[in-house]
Design a protein around this ligand. Structure first.
Ligand code: PLP
Length: 401
């Protein structure tokens, strides 16, 4: 049987066995609706509140400031539209960056297009060649009408970490709400909402070895937030709908395990494995790291991610060729109307479109072993060489060198 190695943990992670075990009873013997007042309901209510405590501990906030959602996308949308309903409209202004996940970018786009007659206005802050936002640009973009700044904590394609604490300080000084999408930071680097100074922060279960379809939004006490869904008074009237109890229990357990992982130094071990893989891959000719500038200066990154371009290769072709040999990785490219578009993140960093399309993301998870990394390192150089050999545009002289 072909060995299969999964290095696409920024897309989703496997549910850890302890998480699955914690969730299991809530599908069967503890099936109560957490809003019911009888014993069945009390049991699940207690489990939901324990999970809320665990998530709050991971984020350094109070349990009452955690709102459970159906995932990162809903939490991002709730932050942006929830705040928007309290004031963002025609003439109002929000600031984001060019490298956000589509859960933020498309929410901002929608606000600008449809809210009111003229739409609210959005400023997209550019990034430098490493993919980093300059907080001075954020400060310069502030207007009297600015209501919200939303800049992600860590990028899903490159792993690049933004200076969120500096941006939080700027937002606080200007009395502007600050949201950060921490979906790709949670579980990988420690998070403290008070050190960041954010009012809203998003996490997602399936990126931290919890289940898919559950996430959470941190909402600082006193932050006005209109719900997006109308129904019962669940989640202190911030998110209507019967709680996904097994999912929430799984997210809580994943948060607990993330904390244990930090105490054990899992993040340092993962960075060492990632760096090893990266060094080996950069030995292949005509490759380069996305997340470093032309002098080789690296941006701060989460420990599990590297993004590398392989000149002369179509990223999609490499993903498929590696998949056939048992290795799962990904490109940041999107398929729109039948054509592969280069990643908006890499283009925003100034990469040529062909180089952006030749880029691959490798993202490690807690289940990966040193053997997995060796497997990838054995497979990739020969696969890249083979694809280049087949390429009509790749100079044959370079292949035989
Ligand atoms: N934000 C970032 C940075 C992400 O990477 C993702 C998922 O890829 C999301 C938001 C959306 O999260 P979910 O898949 O839980 O909706």
């Amino acid at each position: 049987m072909t060995r299969r190695v999964y290095l696409d943990n920024n897309a989703t992670t496997s549910v850890l066995p302890e998480v699955l075990e914690a969730m299991r009873p809530y599908f069967s013997e503890h099936f109560g609706n957490a809003s019911s007042i009888h014993r069945h309901g009390q049991e699940t209510r207690a489990a939901v509140e324990r999970a809320r405590e665990s998530v709050a501990t991971l984020l350094g906030c109070r349990a009452s400031e955690v709102v459970f959602t159906s995932g990162g996308t809903e939490a991002d949308n709730l932050a942006i539209f929830g705040l928007a309903n309290f004031g963002l409209g025609p003439g109002e202004h929000l600031i984001t960056s060019t490298v956000e996940h589509h859960a933020v970018l498309n929410a901002c786009k929608h606000l600008a297009k449809y809210r009111g007659m003229t739409g609210c206005e959005v400023t997209y802050i550019p990034v430098d060649g490493r993919g980093v936002v300059d907080p001075a640009d954020v400060k310069r973009a502030i207007r009297p009408s600015t209501k919200l700044i939303t800049v992600m904590f860590a990028n899903n394609e490159t792993g690049v970490v933004q200076p969120v604490a500096e941006i939080g300080k700027i937002a606080a000084e200007a009395d502007i709400y600050f949201h950060t999408d921490a979906v790709q930071a949670a579980g990988k680097i420690p998070i403290d909402v008070n050190k960041i100074g954010c009012d809203l922060l998003t996490i997602s279960g399936h990126k931290i070895h919890g289940p898919q379809g559950v996430g959470a939004l941190y909402v600082r006490k006193g932050t006005p937030l209109e719900p997006m869904l109308y129904g019962g008074s669940h989640e202190r009237s911030r998110r209507a709908g019967t709680e996904n109890v097994p999912g929430i229990v799984g997210l809580g357990k994943a948060a607990e395990l993330a904390i244990v992982g930090f105490e054990r130094g899992d993040d340092f071990k993962m960075a060492a494995a990632r760096d090893h893989l990266e060094r080996e891959l950069l030995e292949i000719e005509a490759t380069g790291l996305n997340g470093a500038d032309s002098n080789g200066e690296l941006a701060p990154r989460v420990p599990n991610t590297t993004n590398i371009y392989f000149d002369g290769i179509e990223g999609e072709a490499l993903v498929i060729a590696l998949d056939l040999k048992g290795l799962a990785v990904s490109t940041g490219a999107a398929c729109s109307s039948g054509a592969i578009e280069p990643s908006h993140v890499l283009v925003a960093m100034g990469l040529r479109p062909d180089r952006a399309k030749a880029s691959i993301r490798f993202s490690l998870g807690k289940q990966n072993t040193a053997e997995d990394v060796d497997f990838a390192m054995d497979l990739i150089p020969e696969t890249v060489a083979r694809l280049r050999e087949l390429s009509p545009v790749w100079p044959k002289s370079a292949v035989s060198r």
